[in-house]
Write a protein that binds this ligand. Structure first.
Ligand SMILES: Cc1ncc(COP(=O)(O)O)c(C=O)c1O
Length: 394
C-alpha cells in the first residue's frame, strides 16, 4: 500500500527555515516563519499564560473528556472577545477546534455538507493553507483580486468586480484583520461595501481572524468582523489564539456559525459537534482552558492585554523605523506602505529573483512571494534590511 504514496509538495516556509538554520553566516536575518519574536529573537510564553497555566495546574481535578464542542465557558469567553455584544449569543453556534487551522477546516467541511456546489472565493493571495485545504477537500475555489502590486495596498475595485461574479450561496473568505500574507487591509467603508455586496448577492461570509490585537488594537481589529457578523444573514468565523495568546503549539481555535434565525442555531450547533466527532472527537482543552482563565480573571486579562499591546506597538515601531530608513536611503516615499500595513506581515512586492538575491547576498530570508515577518526584525537589523533592499534595487 505505502508504495502508492506520492511525495506531497514541500511546505515552502518550513524549507526556508531549514535553509536558514543551515546558513553558516553570522549575519543573517529570518523574516520567514509566521511566529512573533521579541527583540531577542525569542517567541516568549506570555506572562498571563504562565500564570494561568499555574492556576489550571493547581485547580484542575480531572482530565476527563470535555464536551464535543469543548468547554462552553471557552466559547463564551472567545465570543465575547471577538464579537463583544454585536450579535446575540442565541444566534451563535460555536465549537473549540485545534487552532485556527482546525476552525477553517471544519468551516469548509460544514460548507461542503450544507451546500456541496458552493464555491469559495479566496483573496489572491491568501494564507496558503486556505488553498491547500480547499484543494485537498476537492472544493471549488475562485480567486478574487486583492493586492495592488503598484500601491501595495488593496485593489478594492478589482476585488469588488471579482466578487460580483459570485453566485447566491457562494462563500466569500475574508481575513478579519492583519491580512496574511500582504499586510494590506480594507478600511471600514470598504468593509461596509463588501457587506452590502454579500447581502445583495445572497453570499455567505466567512471570516478568518488570526491576529486580533496585532494591528490597531483588540477592539479595532475586531470591528470588521463585528460589522459583518451583525449585518449578514449567515456567516462563519474561524478564530485562532495562536498569535495573540502566543499558544501556537497548544492548538487553540474556535469556529462560530452565526445565523440571524435563532431557530437554526440548535441544528448548527449539533452539526459542528458532529464534525468535531468525525475528525478528532474532542478538541484540545489545555490552551482553551488557559485562554478562558485569562479572559475571565480581571488581573490576568489586564496583564495579557498590556503585554499584547507591547507586542503590537513594537511591531508598529519596527514598521515605522523601516519605512523611515528606506525613505532616507532611497530618497523616495515608495516604501511608505510598510508603515500603513498592519499585523505581522508585509508583502514588499519584490520579484522572486530579488528575494533570492536578498538571501544569497545578504543572508536575509523571506518567503518567495516577498512576504516578510516584521517581528523577525529588531532595531539593529532594520537598517541592515533597508540597505539591502535599496542596494539590490527593489
Ligand atoms: C490567516 C491565518 N489563519 C489561520 C491561521 C491559523 O493558525 P493556527 O492554526 O496556528 O491557530 C494562521 C496562522 O498562520 C493564519 O495566518
Amino acid at each position: 500500500m505505502f508504495e502508492n504514496l506520492k511525495p506531497q509538495p514541500a511546505d515552502k516556509i518550513l524549507a526556508l527555515m531549514q535553509m536558514y538554520r543551515e546558513d553558516p553566516r553570522d549575519q543573517k536575518i529570518d523574516l520567514g516563519v509566521g511566529v512573533y519574536k521579541n527583540a531577542e529573537g525569542i517567541t516568549p510564553v506570555m506572562r498571563a499564560v504562565k500564570a494561568a497555566e499555574q492556576k489550571v495546574w493547581e485547580e484542575q481535578e480531572s482530565k476527563a473528556y470535555t464536551g464535543l464542542a469543548g468547554d462552553p465557558a471557552y466559547s463564551d469567553a472567545m465570543i465575547n472577545l471577538i464579537l463583544g455584544d454585536a450579535v446575540p449569543r442565541a444566534n451563535i453556534a460555536a465549537v473549540a477546534t485545534p487552532g485556527g487551522t482546525g476552525a477553517c477546516r471544519q468551516a469548509f467541511e460544514l460548507v461542503r455538507l450544507a451546500n456541496p456546489s458552493a464555491r469559495i472565493f479566496v483573496s489572491n493571495p491568501t494564507w496558503p493553507n486556505h488553498v491547500s485545504i480547499l484543494n485537498y477537500l476537492g472544493m471549488e475555489m475562485v480567486a478574487y483580486r486583492y493586492f495592488d502590486a503598484e500601491t501595495r495596498g488593496v485593489d478594492f475595485g478589482g476585488m469588488m468586480e471579482d466578487l460580483k461574479q459570485a453566485r447566491p450561496g457562494d462563500v466569500v473568505l475574508l481575513h478579519g484583520c492583519c491580512h496574511n500574507p500582504t499586510g494590506a487591509n480594507l478600511n471600514l467603508v470598504e468593509w461596509q461595501a463588501v457587506v452590502d455586496l454579500i447581502n445583495e448577492q445572497g453570499l455567505i461570509a466567512m471570516i478568518d481572524i488570526a491576529y486580533q490585537g496585532f494591528g490597531d488594537g483588540l477592539e479595532e481589529d475586531a470591528a470588521a468582523t463585528r460589522l459583518v457578523a451583525s449585518s449578514v444573514k449567515e456567516c462563519l468565523i474561524a478564530a485562532s489564539c495562536s498569535k495573540n495568546f502566543g499558544v501556537y503549539r497548544e492548538r487553540t481555535g474556535l469556529l462560530m456559525a452565526i445565523s440571524q434565525d435563532a431557530g437554526q442555531v440548535g441544528l448548527n450547533q449539533s452539526t459542528l459537534a458532529f464534525l468535531n466527532r468525525q475528525n478528532y472527537s474532542f478538541p484540545p482543552d489545555h490552551g482553551a482552558r488557559v485562554v478562558t482563565t485569562i479572559l475571565n480573571d480581571a488581573d490576568l486579562r489586564a496583564d495579557w492585554q498590556q503585554e499584547l499591546e507591547e507586542v503590537r506597538l513594537s511591531m508598529l515601531g519596527l514598521r515605522q523605523q523601516l519605512a523611515d530608513e528606506l525613505q532616507r536611503l532611497s530618497g523616495s516615499d515608495r516604501f511608505s506602505f510598510i508603515a500603513q500595513h498592519r499585523g505581522m506581515f508585509s508583502r514588499i512586492g519584490a520579484a522572486p529573483d530579488l528575494v533570492e538575491k536578498l538571501r544569497l547576498e545578504h543572508g536575509i530570508y523571506m518567503v518567495g512571494d516577498s512576504r516578510m515577518n516584521i517581528a523577525g526584525l529588531n532595531v539593529q537589523t532594520v537598517p541592515i534590511l533597508a540597505r539591502a533592499i535599496v542596494d539590490i534595487g527593489i
